[in-house]
Structures are given as structure tokens and as C-alpha cells.
Design a protein around this ligand. Structure first.
Ligand SMILES: CC(C)(COP(=O)(O)OP(=O)(O)OC[C@H]1O[C@@H](n2cnc3c(N)ncnc32)[C@H](O)[C@@H]1OP(=O)(O)O)[C@@H](O)C(=O)NCCC(=O)NCCS
Length: 145
């Protein structure tokens, strides 16, 4: 298992992860997101047996802190600790401020459990986004680098 900064050559493999759960517009939104994050080195991929099975995007200059924007694991590889590996990697390598924020939609049970499991505590919410449910924010202090 290897975690590395994503390169443009991984783009379609990342778009394909979770693609069956998305319509074409959402898939294009993801592609656009990756096209922004990859050149800025704000995206990680997790590779197993030469296959990209999970990825994460993050911003390490969000109000001077790190924000976990997205973490996704291929459906066939969930509950094997892969998202946890990516979160741990960001914590250890991309959290220079010692402050780690994240967010998730209020109906996303797996993601809510994942945040709690990683020691995140709720830190407010945001309504009025273009999505059905409120976005819940999470915070976790980390050892500053
Ligand atoms: C949320 C998601 C990233 C978790 O990925 P994963 O690789 O399966 O996560 P892990 O195996 O590292 O699980 C870590 C912890 O999260 C929690 N968790 C993960 N999936 C869960 C589920 N379906 N139900 C309940 N808890 C869950 C558990 O506490 C788990 O620890 P445990 O297995 O020791 O109990 C994955 O379900 C996914 O890709 N979902 C779609 C995209 C998404 O919603 N991303 C999060 C928004 S940023």
C-alpha cells in the first residue's frame, strides 16, 4: 500500500472511484475539483496492487489551518482502514498549524462515524449550501510539525 501526491495521470482512475454513485454532472464536478487540486499538490492517492483505491483532497492553508476537503474509498475496499490511512497521512505530513478541520453533510453516517473515530469534535455547521442537508464542521488538534 502506497500513499503519494496525485499526478495528472491518475485523474481518470480517481474519477472512476465511486462513479456508479454519481450522475454525469456530479462526475464532471469531481473531475473539475481534481483538475484544480492536482497541480497544487493538494490531492493524495492510495494505491494497492497497482490500483488507485482511495484518494483525498485537502487544503493546508485554510484560514491558516488544514482542511480535509474530500476523502473517498472505492466501494469494494471500504471498512479496511484506507480512509483512516489517508487522514493519518495528512495529519502527519500536511498539518503544519496543528489544527485540522473537516466537514461532512449531516446525513452522511459513515463519514460522521469516521470523523468521530478519528477524534474530531463538532465545530459548527453551515446552512444554505446547494445540497439537501446542512454541512457539519469538525475540528481536531494535531501535533504541529
Ligand atoms: C466515508 C468513507 C471515506 C470511509 O472510508 P473507509 O475507507 O471505509 O473508512 P475506514 O475503513 O478507514 O473507516 C474508519 C472508521 O470510519 C467509520 N466508518 C466507516 N464506514 C462506516 C460505515 N459504513 N458505517 C459506520 N461507520 C463507518 C468506522 O468508525 C471506521 O472505523 P472501524 O472500521 O474501526 O469501526 C467511505 O465510506 C466513502 O468513500 N464514502 C463516500 C464518500 C464520502 O462520503 N466521503 C466523506 C465525505 S468527505
Amino acid at each position: 500500500m502506497t500513499i503519494r501526491i496525485a499526478q495528472m495521470s491518475y485523474l481518470e482512475a480517481c474519477v472512476a472511484i465511486d462513479a456508479p454513485n454519481f450522475n454525469i454532472f456530479d462526475r464532471e464536478k469531481r473531475r473539475k475539483h481534481f483538475l484544480y487540486m492536482i497541480p497544487r499538490e493538494m490531492m493524495l492517492v492510495l494505491e494497492m496492487d497497482s490500483r488507485i483505491v482511495a484518494y483525498s483532497t485537502f487544503d493546508s492553508d485554510w484560514f491558516g489551518t488544514t482542511f480535509l476537503k474530500l476523502v473517498v474509498t472505492d466501494e469494494a475496499f471500504r471498512r479496511q482502514g484506507l480512509a483512516s490511512k489517508l487522514i493519518g497521512y495528512i495529519e502527519a505530513n500536511h498539518c503544519p498549524s496543528g489544527k485540522f478541520f473537516s466537514s461532512t453533510e449531516a446525513d452522511n453516517e459513515p463519514s460522521i462515524h469516521m470523523h468521530i473515530r478519528h477524534g474530531f469534535k463538532e465545530s459548527g455547521w453551515l446552512d444554505n449550501l446547494p445540497q439537501p442537508h446542512r454541512e457539519i464542521f469538525y475540528f481536531k488538534p494535531t501535533a504541529s510539525q
